[in-house]
Design a protein around this ligand. Sequence first.
Ligand SMILES: [Zn+2]
Length: 228
Amino acid sequence: MTLKFVSCPSPNHDARPDGTPVDILVLHYTGMKTADEALARLCDPEAKVSAHYTIGRDGRVFAHVPEERRAWHAGVSFWAGERNVNARSIGIELVNPGHEFGYVDFAEAQIEALIDLSHEILKRHPITPQRVLGHSDVAPARKEDPGERFPWAKLAEFGIGLWPARGGGEASASDLSRFGYGLAPDMDVPLEKVVTAFQRHFRPADVDGKWDGECASILAGLLAPRAV
Ligand SMILES: [Zn+2]
């Protein structure tokens, strides 16, 4: 498939701090009723939000911000010790009304385009599989996107992000911080919210915010050393 780029520049970006590597990819849904509404907001100087790209349900890729610039998509966020996720990430929005306006499955053409675009991004930047994340992973107290309908397992089949092998032992909920989730007491994020974010990403069939044996096994699998 050839990617179809559409120029749709946003004024909402600034310089990345000197010497910051681009080593995180954050995936979002737009969470608005229509694609047009979402594109207008991402390009509205008053809104002060953006992403590098938005992918429509037909697979078109709207390019908003050059990758060398910092787009404003993650907000207050944390991953693996880093509090300024925007500074070191690429942000991609996927058109979907989201939990608020009628969450639907992502479209096939949309996911195909995301896979191709992600392959290009992963060639350009040193982003490891464990740093391909959802917005809810880096901001679990505030965000639910891209949500439990997002096909993380399929992306992992194409070498984008991690999908855990099961049966690797047992990890406890507090081990979520070893994987990257923000659990420090000063962050004041309820554990249930972090468990929910973990489930949306890695156990989407059952998102109840409660740590159980299956979660323990999945996290152990994710934490196990692997040959990459
Ligand atoms: Zn988001």
